[in-house]
Design a protein around this ligand. Structure first.
Ligand code: NAP
Length: 305
């Protein structure tokens, strides 16, 4: 099966970037999009994020071979229910949500008779909204597809080919495993950033102006991540609760071990951990997942997921 018409629901960072990437990498594919916010639709029209910006979700999904829900994880079920009666019978329904198990369940509840194949492009920035998207967002990034048991293989192949065409490298994974992996690689790092920036801003003995003035000492990089969209991240933690709590338990134990090492002056333990983590950073750069330059090469945009 081939994908000739794509509907994008939600025209923010992810939805807009998919539209722009299709225009650049798959110009023969037509795109229609809808967002519930009229101002977002207007901005999407102005930037040409999709071929046709529609005033209703019904219009956007009419005749689509592939519908991609690009709304916050907590809004997936509602967005799916809105289009339930308007989908072509052969349509593949997918999404870009940052957690997968609860989204798969929500989509299956809303659309029990359709082909649902959830996905998560592991690419993003701390920006959101229709002005934030760009065509190269998925280039050399992973797109993790989490097909349900008994998935229609032709539909899975078509979705994989679509993401490959946009520049991503596709990985197939079980939804539960995805949620565990992303808890440790993305969700907990975000939680740590939100927490440390919150802690610093609440301190009484160090003023807020000092925190900002001396931010180059490591804090600055946390503030970039902590500037991420509050709605998106609220939904991620509410929807990936089990995996996040499990990984947070392990992280807390490791943090306690570090606390003990500092208290007891165990320099060997500290040096051993910092050497291991430095090697991991080198591996991340070697695998092209980040830029080794001192400012992380992130003059314009960063890397969230
Ligand atoms: P975004 O820029 O905030 O865009 C989401 C858009 O969807 C907003 O304009 C929102 O409008 C709209 N929307 C919400 N509910 C809707 C509904 N029921 N029907 C139609 N439109 C609706 O968010 P994003 O960063 O693109 O994130 C979208 C999804 O991608 C999330 O599930 C997130 O987990 C996932 N993701 C994000 C990143 C990242 O780094 N940002 C990376 C990978 C995956 P309102 O503002 O009115 O709600």
């Amino acid at each position: 099966m081939s994908i000739a018409n794509v509907a994008i629901i939600g025209l923010g960072l992810l939805g807009g970037s998919i539209g722009l990437a299709v225009r650049e990498h798959a110009p023969a594919v037509t795109t229609r999009g809808y967002d519930r916010d009229a101002d977002v639709r207007k901005a999407a029209q102005k930037r040409g994020l999709v071929g046709t910006v529609c005033d209703t979700a019904t219009e956007a999904v009419a005749g689509a071979d592939l519908v991609i829900l690009c709304v916050p994880v907590g809004a997936m079920e509602e967005a799916a229910r809105d289009i339930a009666d308007d989908l072509a019978p052969h349509a593949i329904i997918s999404d870009v949500g940052s957690s997968k198990e609860s989204v798969a369940q929500a989509l299956a509840r809303a659309l029990p008779d359709h082909t649902i194949i959830p996905a998560h492009p592991v690419a993003g920035t701390e920006q959101s909204g229709p002005e934030a998207g760009f065509a190269s967002l998925f280039t050399n990034r992973w797109c993790i597809i989490t097909p349900p048991d008994g998935v229609d293989q032709a539909a899975l192949d078509a979705l994989s080919a679509f993401w490959t065409q946009l520049g991503a490298t596709v990985e197939i994974m079980d939804a539960e495993h995805h949620d565990l992996v992303l808890a440790v690689t993305s969700h907990i790092p975000h939680l740590i950033a939100f927490t440390i920036v919150g802690t610093a801003s609440d301190l009484e003995e160090v003023t807020r102006s000092e925190v900002i003035k001396y931010s180059a000492g490591g804090f600055r990089d946390f503030t970039r991540i902590a500037a991420s969209d509050p709605v998106m991240w609220r939904d991620v933690f509410l929807n990936n609760k089990g995996a996040v709590l499990e990984m947070l338990g392990r992280f807390t134990e490791d943090l306690t071990a570090m606390q003990r090492a500092i208290r007891s002056g165990d320099g060997e333990a500290l040096h051993e951990l910092f050497s291991r983590t430095r090697a991991i950073r080198r591996q991340v750069i070697a695998e092209g997942q980040d830029d080794g330059r001192p400012d992380f090469g992130r003059k314009d945009h960063g890397d969230n997921a």
